[in-house]
Write a protein that binds this ligand. Sequence first.
Ligand code: MGD
Ligand code: MGD
Ligand code: SF4
Ligand code: MO
Length: 752
Amino acid sequence: MTDTAATRTAFRTCPLCEAGCGLEIGLRGQNGDETVTRIRGDRADVFSHGFICPKGSTLKQLHEDPDWLRRPMVKRDGAFVEVAWDEAFAEIEARLLPIMEAHGRDAAAVYVGNPNAHSLAGMLYLRPLIRALGSTNVFSASTVDQRPKEISAGLMFGGGLTVPVPDVDRTDFLLMLGANPYESNGSLATAPDWPGKIEALLERGGTLVVVDPRRSRTAQVASQHVAVRPGADPFLLMALVNVLAADGLVDTGPAGEYLSGLDEAIAAAQPFTPEAVEEVTGVDAATIRQLAHDLAAAPTACVYGRIGTTTALYGTLTSWLVDVLNALTGNLDRPGGAMFAKAAAGAANTRGKPRVGRGLTLHRRRSRVRGLGETLGELPVACLAEEIDTPGEGQIRALVTVAGNPVLSTPNAGRLDAALATLEFFVAVDPYINETTRHADVILPVPTALQKGHYDLALLQLALRNVANYSPPILPLEEGQPDEWQVMARLALVFQGMGAGADPAVVDDLVVQSLVGAAVADETGPIAGRDPEEIIALLGERTGPERLIDLMLRIGPYGDGFGATPGGLTLDVLLDQPHGVDLGPLEPRLPDVLRTPSGMVELAPEPIVADVARLRAALDAPTTGMTLVGRRDLRSNNSWMHNVEVLVKGRPRCTVHVHPDDAARLGLTDGAEAQVASRTGKVTIPVEVTENIRPGVVSIPHGWGHDLDGVELGVARRYAGVNSNLLADEELLDPLSGNAVLNGIPVELSPV
Ligand SMILES: Nc1nc2c(c(=O)[nH]1)N[C@H]1C(S)=C(S)[C@@H](COP(=O)(O)OP(=O)(O)OC[C@H]3O[C@@H](n4cnc5c(=O)[nH]c(N)nc54)[C@H](O)[C@@H]3O)O[C@H]1N2
Ligand SMILES: Nc1nc2c(c(=O)[nH]1)N[C@H]1C(S)=C(S)[C@@H](COP(=O)(O)OP(=O)(O)OC[C@H]3O[C@@H](n4cnc5c(=O)[nH]c(N)nc54)[C@H](O)[C@@H]3O)O[C@H]1N2
Ligand code: SF4
Ligand SMILES: [Mo]
């Protein structure tokens, strides 16, 4: 079927989730005044082969959304008015700088959200922006997401993004915990078409075991579903280690010679016999023993844990245990096991000397009010509200958000919402007036995805196959509209005191100089010792992200090395290949991938082993009462795509799932409303009675609750739903990573 309405076809990687599907986009009209006719999966894409989910085609609706801001907004007398770009930056300069002059740089905080991981501007220009702000109050969505995995990977392998990913295409046995790729399309394991990969695994006689308190769509297709109690994954994984050791099943395989701390890791599991964890996990000892034996017996296997395991009380321990199990069963770094991607651009584990690293130091400073530890330069977002609403020296008085909606995505959202209303100044880089940005004094909008270039700098470091793909912008910017990176660069200049009128090219030049400087200083790299000016000249006329991507590709592991490897990757090569370049299946990367101080895989990092005592203590005190977990829906994307009618129409998706036994006991009926209450808040929400959840557990998706005063999302308001993070408790977190607990929150339910 050809798109007869189209006069031109363009190709682009979808930036909405981690799957990174190739899109084929039909356009009609004259240059400069084109409209999108149709978006479908690009069958020639080297990675996605035509796969697409219902969100991919909505890049058109997002681009045409009348609520998507095209001009900056400034709040005057309580109402937003459209202003020119220069005026918006002047306003920020006039209002933010005096606050920092009077109270110090820490008086301003920054929160950066999820879409930054999917954008070149976020990946390349956030760092200068944060540095220019000069505040230690840096927060991000990482501490409501994957921070525990970054910490465990940093300690074990020497890099926060050196995360082994499940080689789903070749494995015989996949043990998946707290992930539901049939809805989420996969996370920290980048690949389009997870459903297809899982079906292929099952078809070739492989096994999928899903550990989840809910019988999710992924659990429904699995060979085995283990309905664990929320938060109990670390006990279950400890017991698996325990059985492997007790029954003589440890066989570390080819990675064995690069492992250190093996005995210590095994010893840590000693108290956690299957019998000892039976009650706390809700999984019987025989099932746990069998699972350990099945894992060990599989020719190849991989253990993979995601959001249900990281947004939990022992997130770091659990993330570590996942890879300990991969190592103990000989599956670390072998085909069919858990492997490391070798990204074409931007990966720290392809730079510098192999097996040399500085080590990861946690908690180098602590938050003012609660004393929570810093990780990777950030404080836990679970303490943002108290840092704003607690008076005293060092109080946060001003906020910068970039692509974040913490009012819907972080714990004790009610407290944060109230705190944001008290800020002296708030600037948001965001296309919508939503639950968070309605509190802003200035909103700086960004172009739509169709107007921006794209390369998945972060996510391709976690890909299940090595690929590279650049998408140039498809539709032009409007007259006078800055690109997203220019907005960020100008903000950085304002923060630095260079003035509202400074040229963003200054920041761009500094970024390129610093990257080139590091590359010529890297003795192991392809341009070691060369003249930086020569390299910058070779990058030619390009500016912005395109110049930086060209540089990163050329000095990357497949790059042309500026002449060192003729025929190697450059941006021009990718521009000639709109369906992407396939760089092949994952290959073993030990030991060169390591950047630990010891040059080994650290199976027993000190801070993690020290945390085992906390887990041990909890063995004797299993929680009682109802607990709340989250869930995702294929047609949703965190908090910000509910303004697309085709995605939200139909049956309501923001409901509380309740098991029939609990519903009967509590007097709740399907379709009627229930009140769900926690220490921090309460919501009233329709009940969906379902067998697909463990008794004692209820589930509410996050990212809803759009009917707040001042939210200007015409469609989302009509399908408002409720904000599940009113219930999430900011006091509950994983102390090592500072990651919030978003699953396993104690709640009470009652009929309304
Ligand atoms: N209870 C519960 N809470 C959760 C989770 C959960 O499972 N349960 N999941 C957590 C996870 S994994 C995550 S990642 C976080 C997400 O937390 P956030 O990143 O805070 O929230 P998002 O909903 O992704 O909001 C993205 C914001 O970016 C804006 N935006 C969209 N595209 C762009 C763009 O191209 N540029 C810019 N500048 N802005 C853009 C949107 O308008 C929106 O305001 O939520 C977390 N919160
Ligand atoms: N459609 C859609 N796709 C998305 C997103 C979205 O909002 N919508 N968000 C994107 C983002 S930012 C991320 S980080 C990824 C997340 O990707 P996934 O990690 O796959 O996220 P979920 O689909 O929420 O699956 C988490 C599962 O963990 C289960 N769970 C809850 N508590 C526990 C527990 O204690 N133990 C175990 N074992 N399981 C538990 C939940 O029931 C749920 O089925 O998805 C990305 N993709
Ligand atoms: S799965 Fe859907 S949202 Fe994710 S990249 Fe593919 S088309 Fe986009
Ligand atoms: Mo996320």
